[in-house]
Design a protein around this ligand. Structure first.
Ligand SMILES: [Zn+2]
Length: 381
């Protein structure tokens, strides 16, 4: 409990500082920070900058997707699949919807309820045991507000701790975000796959953004290919499960080949088709009175290890793995430059000085039985 409130308090201080104080503070701290692209805020540690301080990504026009309206063909195809399943399943539910309580999942639920009122939804939350009581209470509050049937799965802590501990000491090129946070997301998807098969739910609906689907999962559609859904999980984020887990622990991951084809759910990513601005989603869930914009702070999260991942990334790579996704959204006009530049810069500053975050970083490390040295973190103050 104590740690949970400390994480939220640190997140609020971080949020306040980046919004109101950092614009001045940065003038004094600037010399100690990496330079960033003037258009998208990508760090020079992630990409070379030219003499005008513009990054290679911004200079490669063929890579920049113009601000596109929702793709009408994709939206229509998605809508048809959802309509075909309204009230159609043999069991009690038509769609298992991944529900984190974050803005994307809240938006998705509300829109599905409006567009497909007969679709029988079961909301599904994973409590990864590193979820704060405040985040847990927030999920339940939203479940009530949205009038959802809801189920929480809380696996044994030792299993997840093994995953996070191994991941953070075996980072891939994507850093903590690409390794630990990504593995966590894959574990959630696998848990949903198993639950849908066990309960005979024909659809799984996941609120990943277009970027997360493309760059994270390597897919270019709002639906995961059926052959992928039928396959067994052997690796996650480039790590072999057999190097991390015992045989019985591996049973918690998806084994599609053990299920008859008709029991394997279709996995859909509606936000891929809808292709919305980040700010439009923030505004809409606020207009609905469901989530205050303040609750979308990058560090106010369900997962208490996120601040640690950011700090470890800064020490290992010079920038945080989660930045690239936001820089791309900035480039595509889907996220505000100044706001996110302040977050990235202050994260870099605080990762080195420990300002606001040092106690929660040390606590998170001790929860994983790790020392700062083992993950390459050293605070200057
Ligand atoms: Zn750029």
């Amino acid at each position: 409990m104590e740690n949970a409130s400390a994480v939220v308090r640190a997140a609020r201080l971080f949020e306040f500082h980046t919004r109101f104080l950092w614009p001045l503070h940065r003038l004094w701290a600037k010399g100690k920070l990496s330079r960033r692209c003037r258009r998208c805020a990508l760090s020079e540690r992630a990409t070379p900058l030219d003499k005008n301080q513009i990054c290679a990504e911004c200079l490669a026009p063929q890579k920049v997707t113009p601000l596109a309206p929702p793709n009408a063909t994709e939206t229509a195809a998605l809508s048809k699949i959802l309509a075909d399943h309204e009230g159609g399943g043999q069991g009690r539910y038509d769609a298992l919807i991944l529900f984190s309580g974050g803005k994307d999942s809240v938006y998705m639920v509300r829109r599905l309820q409006t567009d497909h009122p007969k679709l029988r939804l079961l909301a599904f939350t994973i409590d990864n045991t590193f979820m704060s009581p405040i985040a847990r209470a927030n999920v339940l509050r939203l479940v009530d507000r949205l009038d959802l049937s809801h189920i929480t799965f809380r696996p044994a802590r030792a299993t997840l701790k093994k995953l996070y501990r191994y991941g953070i000491t075996h980072l891939n090129d994507g850093g903590g975000y690409g390794t630990v946070d990504f593995s966590d997301g894959e574990f959630i998807l696998d848990s949903a796959r198993a639950l849908a098969a066990e309960k005979g739910i024909p659809l799984i609906v996941c609120g990943y953004s277009r970027y997360q689907v493309q760059d994270g999962l390597g897919l270019h559609s709002f639906e995961s290919p059926p052959e992928r859904e039928r396959a067994d999980r052997t690796h996650v984020a480039g790590l072999a499960l057999s190097d991390i887990f015992t045989d019985s622990e591996r049973g918690l991951w998806w084994r599609g080949s053990r299920w008859p084809t008709e029991k394997v759910a279709r996995l859909l990513f509606p936000l891929y088709a809808w292709n919305l601005d980040e700010s439009a989603i923030v505004r809409q869930v606020a207009d609905w009175g469901l989530l205050h914009p303040r609750e979308n702070s990058p560090l106010v999260t369900n997962h208490q290890l996120i601040p640690l991942l950011g700090v470890v990334d800064i020490h290992r790579m010079g920038y945080s793995g989660f930045e690239k996704e936001f820089c791309r959204m900035i480039r595509e006009g889907k996220a505000p430059l100044k706001r996110w530049r302040a977050v990235f810069e202050f994260l870099e500053y605080t990762a080195r000085t420990g300002m606001f975050v040092k106690p929660i970083i040390l606590k998170a490390l001790s929860d994983l039985d790790l020392t700062p040295d083992e993950v390459g973190v050293r605070f200057s103050s």
